[in-house]
Write a protein that binds this ligand. Structure first.
Ligand code: DAH
Length: 341
């Protein structure tokens, strides 16, 4: 029996597993219910009393050695695994991340800015949370004037002087307050109105404002600049027409229509059979607005225009419902980056 115990001690010392699973198999073989150790204990019961002392000690040695060896091997394998990291399958195909695309509103905004920058305009910015002066008063909307009703917005109850801007025309005022003519700025931005959301209206949308102030700026300059823009945006064959209109901050004022690029002016559903699509408002900056912003109207004149980016994008892409721009459905959004940009 002593030979058997010594043999087992040698085997435990020599045991060199190649994988963690082998340690567990070894443990079961040695220390499991039907393992070698239990067999030895069984046999031990039958040995002569005078041999028990020596054999018992040796068996205990075997038992501790086996337990220690197993623990030591387990630790070694655990350390190695955390150093190597989890096993990596180098042959597995990679998982590609979906590439995003630019939002159609950003694409059109960028194109508008590019077109006007070719005419020497630079981009000006202003805050979305504005005050009454920059959104209304300086632009010739006196308090209680009915023109304010066309642009209802969101006010701060505690201080009704603070509001969300209804148009980017507020940036005109900020620019003129800080810059002396010649001024040539294009002002893209987000605007807010208290409107029920529908296919044609939203409480949040985007505009681009333009302002040109210098000596001797005339209505002819305005018309030519907008014609250039229309041709660049909607195609060389596009033409424009101006219809008299009213804005508190321009005099005279006009609405600009571009010839319908879908039917070539013959008349279709989109242009409601008129052959024309409305794209922006414009006019000569009212002398009172120049004066309010610290510019001498006797010396300088200017023109301004403002357009909704959603509207331009709808006409350009043939999109019929404004809400699509805000729903973030990638099936919709992915369609535009190949068209421009
Ligand atoms: N601010 C006007 C609006 O939101 C758009 C506009 C019209 C801007 C005429 C202008 C302009 O600068 O001259 O309805």
């Amino acid at each position: 029996m002593i030979d058997k115990i010594n043999d087992l001690i040698d085997r435990v010392k020599a045991f060199q597993p190649k994988a963690a699973q082998e340690i567990e198999d070894f443990r079961i073989r040695m220390m499991g219910k039907k393992g070698e150790l239990n067999a030895i204990f069984e046999e031990f019961k039958t040995v002569a009393p005078e041999l028990k002392r020596e054999l018992g000690q040796r068996i205990n040695e075997l038992k501790t050695l086996t337990a220690e060896r197993i623990n030591e091997l387990r630790d070694r394998f655990a350390e190695q695994e955390s150093a190597d990291g989890p096993a990596i399958d180098m042959t597995r195909p990679g998982s590609a991340d979906d590439l995003g695309s630019r939002h159609p509103i950003s694409l059109v905004r960028n194109e508008i800015v590019e077109i006007f920058s070719r005419m020497g305009y630079t981009v000006a910015d202003g805050p979305e949370i504005e005050d009454d002066w920059h959104v209304f008063s300086a632009l010739n909307f006196p308090p209680e004037h009915p023109a304010r009703d066309m642009q209802d917005t969101f006010f701060i109850e505690k201080n009704p002087d603070i509001l969300l801007r209804t148009h980017t025309s507020s940036i005109q005022v900020r620019t003129m307050e800080h810059q002396k003519p010649p001024i040539r700025v294009i002002c893209p931005g987000r605007v807010f109105r208290n409107e029920a959301i529908s296919a044609r209206a939203h409480c949040i949308f985007h505009q681009v404002e333009g302002l040109y102030v210098d000596e001797n700026v005339s209505f002819a300059d305005l018309k030519q600049s907008i014609l250039y823009f229309a041709k660049e945006m909607f195609g060389e064959s596009s033409t424009i027409r101006l219809r008299p209109s009213y804005f508190p901050f321009t005099e005279p004022s006009a609405e600009v229509d571009v010839s319908c690029n879908l039917c070539g002016g013959k008349g279709c559903n989109v242009c409601k059979h008129t052959g024309w699509l409305e794209i922006m408002g414009c006019g000569m900056v009212d002398p009172a607005v120049l004066e309010a912003s610290g510019i001498d109207p006797a010396k300088y004149s200017g023109f301004a225009f403002g357009m909704g980016i959603e509207r331009i994008a709808m006409l350009k892409f043939g999109v019929r419902d404004l809400r699509l721009y805000f729903e973030n459905d990638v099936r919709f959004l992915h369609q535009f980056d190949s068209v421009i940009g």
